[in-house]
Design a protein around this ligand. Structure first.
Ligand code: FES
Ligand SMILES: [Fe+2]
Length: 450
């Protein structure tokens, strides 16, 4: 290790003088006893414990590919959007070369947020505390009273900390702090095939309509991520009244439609998706349904994908990005401590759709899965309810059940990867197996410090 290396922070390579973090600040917990993915048990402490939560930020969020934004949010140099990677605030922007860049939204002077706007257009990001200013490549370009700093002070050393890897899949921008990540497409694995059911209807791809909705829920981020990966089971009970409203008879869909066949994709990388295959299960907006050319879609995506993941499915890309293909809802569950999450949700539509079809989809998604949507309300209530009682000492020690469809995962000959029945916890077990694996694996910043 050179003297210069010794003066740089282990996590980011940024200058740190003589600072060196004591290893005691982070004592990892072995989580093997908290998740029995093989038997279908999960210990409730993983939803409530502050130490485990900190370990998630370091070992699970920091090294993973995380969803940042949709490519349609950036058209001109200087367009920016601020978001989070785990709890780390980041600015995503387009530089003058029209490259998408992401930076820690943290002023290198005394740590204020450099950009406080949700989104916008700018030439520079200027900190409102003392006025340090950074260009679209994150370089520090001006600091008031610069002459008073020592000669050793170099502007080049004090740029914004950059997210080292950015990659796009079908219009979705992801980033990771991992200095040596596997390529995004490898990290998605078989999940990409399922994602294409929403993202690859035609060559023009998708765009965002109607901005980003944000709301806060009193629940651990995994409750929602897990549900979108694995849980069709709750639909008939939790959404009974919503299904009734949407049914033409007002009595809810018939039994043979509700208890229909379908598949659930469960992936060793933690991703999951479920979808019914009954043809009457299309709860999509009528205007959209009438517009879609299903023959062309079958041609492009294949029968199995159009009658499977393109129906009324649900999905999670590990760890915290989820979507609903029929509603065009994409969302991220931002962790805000063990007991709280912030939901950020976009509506995406096919670029090729006429305006009135796009608008119909926007309204449909808003009414079903917007912050006050008839389905979203039911789901949020469940997660908050589960979290609300999780801190009871006895309650916290009673394990949760993920045994539905235990052992039923198989290569079914139609869908990529392993699938199970629609009503199953297979993807939930895979989600927590991956959680356990990452939580027990030292991340790059720990290996560097050995
Ligand atoms: S904290 Fe940003 S300029 Fe001082
Ligand atoms: Fe739901």
């Amino acid at each position: 290790m050179t003297a210069t290396d010794a003066c740089r922070s282990l996590a980011t390579g940024a200058p740190s003088g003589s600072l060196q973090r004591p290893a005691e600040l982070f004592r990892p917990v072995d989580v093997s006893g908290l998740v029995d993915a093989e038997g279908g048990y999960v210990d409730r402490a993983i939803f409530t414990d502050g130490t485990l939560y900190q370990q998630e930020l370091r070992r699970l969020f920091a090294p993973s590919w995380l969803f940042l934004a949709h490519a349609d949010q950036f058209h001109k140099p200087g367009d920016f959007f601020t978001t989070y990677m785990g709890e780390d605030p980041v600015i995503v922007t387009m530089n003058k070369k029209r490259e998408i860049k992401a930076f820690l939204n943290n002023c290198r002077h005394r740590g204020a947020r450099v950009c406080r706007a949700d989104f916008g257009q700018t030439r520079n990001f200027t900190c409102t505390y003392h006025g340090w200013s950074y260009d679209l490549d994150g370089q520090l370009v001006s600091a008031p009273n610069q002459a008073a700093y020592p000669e050793s002070f170099s502007m080049a050393d004090w740029g914004l900390v950059e997210v080292p890897h950015i990659a796009t899949y079908q219009g979705l921008i992801f980033g990771t702090w991992n200095p040596e990540p596997v390529p995004l497409v490898e990290a998605l694995g078989d999940m990409a095939w399922y994602m294409d059911a929403m993202l690859d209807h035609d060559e023009e791809g998708t765009e965002v309509i109607g901005g980003v909705h944000k709301w806060v829920l009193e629940g651990n981020w995994k409750l929602s991520a897990e549900q979108f990966a694995t849980d069709w089971y709750h639909v008939n009970m939790s959404h009974a009244s919503a299904l009734m409203v949407m049914s033409p008879t007002g009595k809810g869909p018939k039994d043979e439609i509700v208890h229909r066949s379908g598949r659930q994709f469960a992936n060793e990388l933690g991703h999951g998706a479920g979808f019914p295959v009954h043809p009457k299960n299309r709860f999509d907006a009528r205007t959209v349904h009438q517009h879609v050319d299903y023959a062309a879609l079958r041609e492009r995506l294949g029968e199995a994908r159009v009658e499977g993941p393109l129906t009324n499915g649900h999905a999670t890309v590990f760890p915290n990005f989820s979507y609903l293909p029929v509603n065009g809802s994409i969302r991220i569950w931002h962790p805000k401590g063990p007991d709280k999450m912030e939901v950020w949700a976009w509506t995406i539509v096919d670029k090729s759709w006429p305006d009135e079809v796009k608008e119909a989809q926007r309204l449909y998604n808003l009414r079903t899965f917007g912050p006050s949507g008839i389905f979203e309300q039911d789901d949020g209530e469940n997660w908050s309810e589960v979290q609300a009682i999780s801190h009871g000492f006895i309650t916290n020690g009673v394990p949760l059940n993920y045994q539905m469809g235990l052992g039923s995962e198989e290569h079914d000959g139609t869908y990529p990867g392993k699938t199970s029945e629609l009503y199953s916890d297979a993807a939930g077990r895979a989600f927590y197996a991956r959680w356990r694996e990452l939580m027990n694996t030292p991340a790059w910043h720990e290996e560097n410090s050995k």
